[in-house]
Design a protein around this ligand. Sequence first.
Ligand code: THU
Length: 136
Amino acid sequence: MSDDDLIAAARGAARHSYSPYSRFAVGAALRFADGSVVTGTNIENASYGLALCAETVAAAKAMDAGRRGGLVAAAVTGPADVPITPCGRCRQVLNELAQLGGTDPDILCVGADTVKQIKLSVLLPAAFGPASLMQD
Ligand code: THU
């Protein structure tokens, strides 16, 4: 699947966004080394702080399906003109999946007219991950 198709998949996922409080529909699409794609969208809650981000939902779906690595790219779309970059928590969640498979995925941050492509390791340098827990 091309980057354009991945972005289209993220935009498609955002159509199912449950975001009545922020009215900020986000879509995420994760591409894996075997070519498969897992999508997610943001899910808010009347208790505002419990909102789930699109990237976190996508990563949870992927891990629930048994994936433990192979993450090569992620596209994130939002309703704003400026490219949307994953929030800090989502960077950490994506990092878990990436580190498990030893990849450094390209994150496609999509805006109205531009796409910023940034490596996850640049968005989250010196990340704490599974390897950080290794003792002796
Ligand atoms: N949101 C995401 O889904 N991903 C991000 O990386 C940033 C923020 C969602 C959370 C909330 O539902 C809405 O966008 C506004 O913050």
